[in-house]
Design a protein around this ligand. Structure first.
Ligand code: SF4
Length: 341
């Protein structure tokens, strides 16, 4: 799929820039290869063909390297494996549980909450997380070309109540640094915007994505930059991730994390405690723990609201408040996320 963002003038590049682009073209997409790398036997848990067709396997090799070989219960593997459970339909679990299509302000731009606008800045991600609430999202219909982007950005110019632009996707950092520069500079030219928020999993799954050019771009911006990472399990963070987070922190970005509460991934006190502590070591504060959105094919990840509340209460008894994320659910039509605990 082509990328919708146009180019800006070249930025300084470094060796890491070519490394991450290479990693993006060398993803593991064949279930048989993933099992071979992990020394697992396909007969124990064959990949679902239907799930694979619906939302194909896509995993960066640095992320695979953090999985434990020979372990079907590995929490990273569970997040990406196209499992047979995805074929079961559950009442109330639908393609667009957040009714995002209704929130479209202009092509590529959604407005769900007052004061903020969300830009679907990239139509793809480095990794396919099975539980993703946008796994059925109409990226083709929300991937404007250059002229359409200019027009969509005009709608932000015309609404002074919007103070924060949120780059989401897909994964906005799947764009090249030059494409991001084009977008960031246009957002900087909108006088009433003061904050740029970037939601990304790329610094976690391919830490080389944190290039010098990206840091220069964000550090030089007149906008306050917040990066919201997406880490669900402590095992996702290795030394390369720590270094990437340190570089982002040194550039002055506010670093937050949001996780999804997922059955057999992080639905234990020990897993959530280790995650908060590992994030803090990396300079990132836990922010939200989402109850999974009711996306078709993902009901097997749900642990229920009551279990979520129990876990947060137990976490509060063990950790300082700043390491306890807020348990939230997104309810379509509400003016903000709903805090559950
Ligand atoms: S990186 Fe984010 S948007 Fe992409 S598949 Fe994972 S959860 Fe969805």
């Amino acid at each position: 799929m082509s990328n919708p963002l146009p180019f800006e003038r070249p930025l300084a590049s470094d060796r890491a820039a070519s490394h991450w682009r290479l990693a993006m073209t060398d993803l593991v997409t064949d279930p048989a290869e993933l099992l071979a790398l992990l020394r697992l036997d396909a007969s124990a848990k064959p990949a679902s063909l239907a799930a694979q067709q619906d939302f194909p396997l896509r995993v960066p090799r640095p992320f695979v390297a953090r999985m434990a070989p020979g372990d079907w219960s590995d929490p990273l593997l569970r997040q990406v494996w196209p499992a047979a459970e995805e074929e079961t339909n559950h009442a109330g679990w639908v393609d667009d549980p957040l009714q995002e299509q209704a929130a479209t302000l202009a092509p590529g731009i959604l407005q769900k909450y007052p004061g903020r606008a969300l830009l679907t800045a990239a139509p793809h991600c480095a990794i396919h997380c099975r539980y993703c609430f946008r796994r059925h999202f109409d990226y083709d219909g929300n991937s404007p070309g250059r002229e359409a982007w200019e027009q969509s950005l005009n709608t932000l110019h015309q609404d002074p109540s919007i103070r924060e632009a949120i780059l989401s996707g897909g994964d906005p950092l799947a764009n090249s640094d030059r494409q991001l520069a084009w977008l960031v500079r246009r957002l900087e030219a909108i006088p009433h915007l003061d904050t740029l928020r970037i939601h990304s999993r790329l610094p976690v799954v391919i830490p080389n994505r944190v290039t010098t050019a990206l840091l220069e771009l964000l550090q030089a911006s007149r906008l306050r930059v917040v990066m919201v990472l997406h880490v669900n399990h402590a095992q996702e963070l290795d030394a390369d991730c720590n270094e990437a987070m340190a570089r982002l922190g040194d550039a002055g970005l506010v670093l937050l994390n949001q996780s999804v509460l997922l059955a057999d991934v992080n639905d234990s006190l020990e897993a959530l405690e280790a995650l908060s502590e590992r994030l803090f070591t990396a300079g990132v504060l836990p922010y939200y723990l989402h109850l999974p959105d009711r996306v078709a094919g993902t009901a097997h990840f749900d642990v229920g609201e009551a279990r979520g509340c129990e876990l947060i209460a137990a976490l509060r008894a063990r950790l300082p408040g700043y390491l306890v994320p807020r348990l939230v659910r997104e309810i379509p039509g509400q003016s903000s996320k709903t805090i559950i605990a």
